[in-house]
Write a protein that binds this ligand. Structure first.
Ligand code: 2P0
Length: 316
């Protein structure tokens, strides 16, 4: 038997940063994301012809700690795998791996859905999200399209809202692996950042305001909340001990260019995750201006994506 699943990445406008001390991965603050259509992972699972276990990612056979991580995930959450651990997994990220572009979210969402179909388990987004978030918290949001919220009580839901004219321009500052995993970075931030409680309080306020702005289809407010929340998350982690700095001088230069765009009335809002790349949230009618602006400042390595209105799906 062979199953192939596809899952999109999502980019959080209000970001999840920190886990409550519970086994079922609950965030300390609500997050709200958009699901992208141009960046995704496609994963195939099939019976291994020699009865072994193998995991291939982007045409490379994975060994060592990365293989152990997947093995442990399968052993823990897929009882049929535990009973008979023979499986061939082949995954391809249509997104630079581990560069703060949420490839772990699309990766765990695609893997979980493919395995659920392969082992004939429940495929409701709620049940899939419960498993996938053990591998990557934000993957829970990749089971839905459009705006998605993930709340501190563990609920994940689509938020109705108009996403037809929204898009992201991703400025690739660095496609290398991130220097510190989100999991470690979150732990350190929760344990040592003196302003973490302010971050949580502020995030809850901003998440409510974001839900209202989405309901009102008020793009300027959506954009401003997105940018201020991302900046606050990065400030908070830079107050951890030792400080966590995903943003580089190159990222800051891009942020300066975005500020210049805003000065000229272009609706462009920056957000950054656990990596140095800068994602610009905008509307399709500003795309030409933004690309021209970025090209004029020497940025040519851009990824454009519209919003997907569906989450993870089975391809075959
Ligand atoms: C987010 N990020 O809301 C936030 C913002 C990055 C910055 O979720 O620790 O794989 O495995 O649950 O979900 C980071 O990636 O982290 C993340 P873990 P995850 O998108």
């Amino acid at each position: 038997m062979k199953v192939t699943a596809k899952a999109p990445i999502n980019i959080a406008l209000i970001k999840y940063w920190g886990k409550q001390p519970s086994a079922d991965i609950k965030p300390y603050n609500d997050s709200i994301s958009l699901t992208l259509d141009a960046l995704y992972t496609i994963t195939t699972v099939e019976t291994h012809p020699e009865g072994l276990f193998s995991y291939r990612l982007n045409d490379r056979l994975i060994l060592g700690n990365d293989l152990t991580r997947i093995w442990y995930f399968l052993q823990t959450y897929f009882p049929k795998f535990k009973a008979n651990p023979s499986l061939k997994i082949t995954a391809k990220n249509h997104v630079p791996t581990a560069a703060g572009l949420a490839s772990s979210a699309s990766g765990f969402a695609a893997l979980t859905l493919a395995l659920a179909r392969y082992y004939k388990m429940s495929e409701t987004p709620e049940d899939l999200a419960k498993i996938a978030k053990q591998g990557s918290g934000s993957s829970a949001r990749s089971f839905y399209g459009g705006y998605v919220s993930w709340k501190t009580d563990g609920t994940i839901a689509k938020i109705p809202g108009d996403t037809d004219t929204l898009c992201f321009v991703i400025v690739l500052v660095d496609a290398n692996e991130k220097y510190l995993s989100s999991r470690e970075a979150m732990k350190r931030t929760v344990a040592t950042a003196h302003s973490y409680h302010t971050y949580v309080k502020e995030s809850q306020k901003k998440a409510l305001n974001m839900e209202k702005a989405i309901a009102d289809n008020d793009f300027s407010t959506i954009g401003r909340l997105t940018e201020t929340h991302a900046r606050h998350m990065h400030e908070t982690m830079s107050s951890a001990m030792p400080p966590i700095q995903y943003l580089t001088n190159e990222s800051r230069k891009v942020l300066d260019v975005v500020a210049k765009m805003q000065d000229q009335g272009i609706k462009a809002y920056a957000t950054m995750d656990a990596g140095s790349n800068v994602k610009i949230l905008t509307k399709t009618n500003h795309l030409d201006d933004i690309q021209t602006f970025l090209h004029n400042h020497g940025y040519r390595d851009l990824i454009l994506s519209k919003i997907s209105n569906k989450g993870a799906e089975i391809l075959e």
